[in-house]
Structures are given as C-alpha cells and as structure tokens.
Design a protein around this ligand. Structure first.
Ligand SMILES: Cc1cc2nc3c(=O)[nH]c(=O)nc-3n(C[C@H](O)[C@H](O)[C@H](O)COP(=O)(O)O)c2cc1C
Length: 314
C-alpha cells in the first residue's frame, strides 16, 4: 500500500502495521533486536526521535511502572514514561545509526525534533542524500526555544516547522501531532497545508503519578507521557475527527495491543497504525498483531483494506 498515493512522494508500506518512535529495542533504536526478528515484514519502523544536538534525557526513574510486561500481567494499564528525548544527536544518527537501519531491509521512517523552525529545516537538509530511511516523521511535541510553545499546540508553529522541512527534503513528511490541543483539526489542516504527506496521531498525553509514601512524583522528570491502553480512546477520537477534514493518510497510534485495536483505528479513518508501548511489553507484539490482522481479513474475505478504512465514519 502507498501512504501518499496521490502524491509524487510515495511511501510504500508492505502492510499497515508500523513500529512507533522510541519503542524499538532497549534504546528506541533497535538495541537488542536480533536477526530472527525480520523488521522488513512490518509496514515500517520508526526509530527514536533525534535532535540537532545529543541529549542525555531526564533523570531516573523514566518509567512507571518499571516493567510494562509485568504491569500488563498485573492488570495495571497506566503506562507513563519520561525519557526526555535522550538521543545521540543527528550527526551521530546519520553516521552510525542510519547504516544499521539500511541492514534491516525494512521501510524506515526517521523521526526528527527541532528546537526552532530553522533547526527543523536544517535537520531535514542534513538528511539529504543519506541512505537508511525512506521518510521523515516530525515529532512536533517539543518546545520551540524562541517562545517555549510546543510546536504541535500551535497551527502557526506546526505549519512553519512542516514548511521548513518540506523545503529541504524530497522524502515523504509525516507530521506527528500532540493529543492535548483544543482543536486537533486546526493543527492537522495547518500541517497538511504546509506540505505534510501524512499525519501521525498521536504522541503521548502529559501525565504524572505521586508516591503517597514519599510524597514525591514517581517520575524523575516529574511529569511524563501517558501511553498504552489509556491513550487509545483519546487518540481514536482524534483520528476520527481529523479523518473528516484532511485527505492525506492518517497513521493511528496509541494503545494498540491487538488486531482488534488496529481495526478500530482503520475504521475510525486511519490508513496505517504504529505500535508503541506494546513493543516494550513484548517485542514480538507488532508481528503477532500483523498476523492476527491478516487472519481476520482472510477469514472475512476482505482483499482490499480500503473497504475498512473510515468504515465507522457516520
Ligand atoms: C518509552 C517511550 C519512548 C518514546 N519516545 C518517542 C520519541 O522519541 N519520539 C516520538 O515521537 N514519540 C515517542 N514516544 C511516543 C510513541 O511513539 C507513541 O506515540 C505513544 O507511545 C503512543 O503509542 P502507544 O500507546 O502504542 O505507546 C515514546 C513512547 C514511549 C512509551
């Protein structure tokens, strides 16, 4: 399937199941992933966001609960993280990580976050001509150093960041939006008008937990992001609403653990999905979900997934 079918910048996905940024392997870049895991079987893989300069990230603890796998077994569905975009910086990513991505044989989406509009443009320019990825995803849930505003909380900043990247790349551009905005359709339209080829909806929701014994926030970063099951219905509603106002593909992300969750997103209007937290509980999750999705479609004789996309729109 093509993610940007009406567009000269096609992003071909073998299927709609992708891996969400920051959730592949121990470090978000695939550390610990062995050869037996054939990432090329998936629609695409999005390694963790890189920034212009290296970032060490937030103080520990960065996870609550510490083990998502254990949490799921215990029936605790509230997943928080506060990684703080720890990453090696774009120069090291292009020189050292991108060659590894090439070896996966998968479709790879490189995720970028800039601290200013200019930096978004500069980073896109740096990616030009480098092999190892076939699209750029803009993590717009980061603050602009000039006024502290989160890019994806402002239609203007969203448009400016997308436009700056669009001007400096021929690759398909995916704009990843934040869920906590008053009107997501306004931001979505701004991203598309500025040249985004697809929208990724959504990133995590700001969240926290307090330890009542220590009377302190549980996360080292004080607040973090809610992902997993709690995010799914929120993100679903955003996908549903945005699908009514844009005609670019939407990639649904948030709380996908089963094929049924994928189907929900497709029926809400997504063309593809990204699996995030589920990887952290079980690295085989996207493969299991893909197999179950294929089985579902086969059992019902559905040969064209477009039959399902947006089916729940009323
Ligand atoms: C540990 C962790 C790290 C993440 N790092 C990034 C990141 O670097 N860039 C980004 O755009 N999103 C990042 N995310 C957000 C995910 O890509 C995804 O949007 C979010 O977790 C919702 O999907 P999920 O509920 O399936 O996890 C991260 C999420 C988690 C749990």
């Amino acid at each position: 399937m093509d993610l940007a079918p009406n567009n000269s910048r096609h992003l071909h996905l073998a299927n709609p199941v992708m891996i969400a940024s920051g959730t592949l392997g121990y470090d978000g870049y695939g550390r610990g992933i062995t050869d037996e895991m054939d990432l090329a079987r998936l629609g695409a893989v999005t390694p963790k966001t890189v920034t212009r300069q290296r970032l060490d990230g937030n103080p520990e603890p960065r996870w609550d609960p510490p083990s998502y796998r254990q949490a799921l077994e215990d029936g605790n569905l509230i997943f928080l993280n506060s990684i703080g975009l720890a990453n090696p910086g774009i120069d090291a990513a292009l020189a050292e990580l991108a060659p590894q991505w090439s070896r996966w044989g998968a479709t790879v989406v490189m995720s970028l976050a800039g601290e200013s509009v200019e930096q978004f443009g500069e980073m896109a320019a740096l990616t030009q001509g480098v092999a190892g990825f076939q699209a750029l995803e803009l993590n717009l849930s980061c603050p602009n150093i000039h006024n502290g505003a989160i890019f994806s909380h402002s239609a203007e900043l969203t448009a400016a960041a997308v436009g700056a990247v669009r001007a400096n790349t021929e690759l398909p551009v995916l704009a990843k939006l934040a869920p906590n905005v008053p009107d997501v359709t306004e931001i979505a339209r701004a991203a598309v008008d500025a040249g985004a080829d697809a929208l990724t909806i959504s990133n995590t929701i700001p969240a926290m937990r307090i330890d009542v014994e220590t009377r302190r926030p549980v996360l080292g970063g004080i607040t973090g992001g809610l992902s997993g099951h709690g995010l799914r219905p929120v993100s679903m509603a955003l996908v549903y609403r945005v699908a009514q106002v844009v005609d670019v593909p939407i990639i649904g992300v948030g709380g996908i653990f089963t094929a049924e969750h994928v189907l929900e997103y497709l029926m809400a209007g997504a063309t593809a999905v990204q699996v995030g937290s589920a990887n952290l509980a079980d690295p085989w999750a996207p493969f299991r979900i893909l197999d179950a999705l294929v089985a579902y479609l086969g059992e019902r004789g559905i040969t064209d997934i477009r039959e399902i996309i947006g089916a729940a729109q009323v």
